[in-house]
Design a protein around this ligand. Structure first.
Ligand SMILES: [Zn+2]
Length: 252
């Protein structure tokens, strides 16, 4: 179900165990070859595929395109909710549906910069409802829900998501090729942040001059279709677990 298509009595009549999904993405630079709306376009497609398969068992809120992208602000066009604003925005969305009586709230994320503040938001919501034992608050980034590089025959070079990389560029070639610029002449940018396993604070221009991180010159629409399929499967699998949850145990 799409939240945008329901009226309020229809929402009121739903089982309060119905999972509520908030897709969250971004509008930020994606190198020379991809549009600013890449993360939102890609997550929108993955959620569209997943929602068809889940039909009326899950409510999908409209995609939140404003993400936390402060680290990309050196690149023109990027829009960002600063981290504290992003935490409050995300927590507020979850609180709205807790107030409406729902118990299973899932953020499905399509942008790396939302990861830390999105998880912080749900951490804070959980602290505010300490007396409850029936809440399921989840935050999941779509490319962590599946391992496309494990699948034989995909011919992927990258074994993890980069930025405006082989994976994202391939998916954009599959669904919006008219928005993709020249890729063959782009040179690879390796993804190390240095000092691993420590986490080094960074802004994007520390790591890349053109804006991409990874190997976009290897992108093809065929790889893109395979990736979209695997990632939609991953989202469906997670939401099936949320539906199957017994409402009280720690895991499912
Ligand atoms: Zn992206």
């Amino acid at each position: 179900m799409q939240l945008t298509d329901l009226n309020w009595p229809a929402v009121q009549a739903l089982s309060k165990d119905t999972p509520i999904v908030f897709p969250v993405a971004a509008l930020e630079q994606h190198g020379h070859q991809l549009p600013l709306f890449t993360d939102s376009i890609l997550l929108g497609e993955i959620v569209r595929r997943a929602s068809h398969r889940l039909d009326d068992r899950v409510v999908f809120a409209p995609l939140m395109w404003l993400g936390n992208s402060d680290h990309h602000l050196d690149f023109p066009g990027t829009l960002s909710a600063p981290p504290r604003a992003y935490i409050d925005l995300s927590a507020g969305l979850a609180e709205n549906f807790i107030q409406h009586g729902f118990r299973r709230i899932v953020f499905v994320n399509g942008h790396g910069g939302n990861d830390v503040p999105g998880k912080q938001a749900l951490f804070e919501v959980r602290q505010r409802h300490r007396q409850r034992s029936d809440l399921l608050l989840l935050f999941a980034t779509y490319w962590h829900l599946a391992s496309p590089s494990m699948d034989p025959g995909r011919e992927l070079h990258q074994d993890q998501m980069g930025h405006a990389c082989e994976w994202e560029t391939s998916m954009m070639l599959r669904i919006a090729p008219q928005l993709v610029g020249e890729v063959k002449k782009l040179t690879p940018v390796e993804s190390s942040t240095g000092f691993e396993p420590a986490s080094r604070a960074w802004i994007t221009k520390d790591r890349t001059e053109p804006g991409h991180i990874g190997h976009p010159h290897l992108a093809t629409a065929e790889k893109g279709e395979a990736l979209l399929r695997v990632f939609a499967d991953g989202v469906v699998a997670l939401l099936e677990r949320v539906i199957a949850w017994d409402g009280k145990s720690w895991g499912a």
